[in-house]
Design a binder for this molecule. Sequence first.
Ligand SMILES: O=C(O)CCC(=O)C(=O)O
Ligand SMILES: [Fe+2]
Length: 342
Amino acid sequence: MTQQSQQSPTTGLPVIDLSLADGSPEDRARLHDALRAAATDVGFFQLVGHGISAAETTALTGAMRAFFDLPEADRLAVSNLNSPHFRGYTRTGDERTAGAQDWRDQLDIGAELPPHVPAPGEPPYWWLEGPNQWPDNLPELRSAALHWIDRLSGVGRRLLHELLAAIGARPDFYDYAFAGHPHLRLKLVRYPGTAPDGAGQGVGTHKDYGFITLLLQDTVGGLQVERPDGSFLNVPPMEGAFVVNLGELLEVATDGYLKATSHRVVSPPGARERFSVPFFFNPRLDAHIEPLEFPNAHHAPGATQDPGNPLFAEFGRNELKGYLRAHPEVTRKHHADLLPLA
Ligand SMILES: O=C(O)CCC(=O)C(=O)O
Ligand SMILES: [Fe+2]
């Protein structure tokens, strides 16, 4: 079987081996064919050959479990309600997607920078830049999470280069957007079973805001990708692989040639827990995403026009819109004046 037609045995989702980027010209051509097919078809794939070791993964997932095992009071001590920068812990029920309650709790982490309170005349998205909140007595959480951000940003950069090459663009076309302080984000997420109302919304249907998401999921399952006909396809766990999906900026960048893929998580049954770690490979907040130059640019269908979810070429505007919507308690407490942007 050729790499190009390699598929995950359980779903038919493409499996992409990033290590082919270091191989022969034929290997690279196979990689690019497979990437182009995956990105223009379902927009979701499993990534192997990424170079992240099992030991690095275990360090992260171990620290994550230790965090969720803390007494609730310790988790609430790092509540994102303390943070006008949307960093910290969101308790179950406080997050909303597509206007409905998600049933998950999570720790929002990002590149660690001093708080950036926007000066008069500066765009409000600078609020998103700021320090993380870490629990006392769990130093391994900070080191594992920051290590993960560092390592996965390397994977994201390589993958973006290969993806751009795969559609005939210059691999470094968007390097300018990541120069300086890219707005890299990480979430440690727990789905604590099904909500008492039985709705089953772990996280509602949405698109991610940046270029590329690299997701680590445990063995429980529940992630689903939406197909153009409105049906949903399961994305079952695959040991050692990251689930990759494309975000809104790639749709904007390619004028809809590549589509941001809508996805959701169905709650695990009963009281079963599921853990996941999405990493968002985002550019600088003030990066302006120029239209990508590539051979098919003239045939691109245009980015999705959804009056309920406008897509902005300036990344920070997309990201701020998303956070204001998803975290209404933080918004009410710290940013009531920004509600019109949500
Ligand atoms: O938990 C998952 O599998 C997906 C999470 C997700 O889509 C998100 O947080 O953006
Ligand atoms: Fe997502």
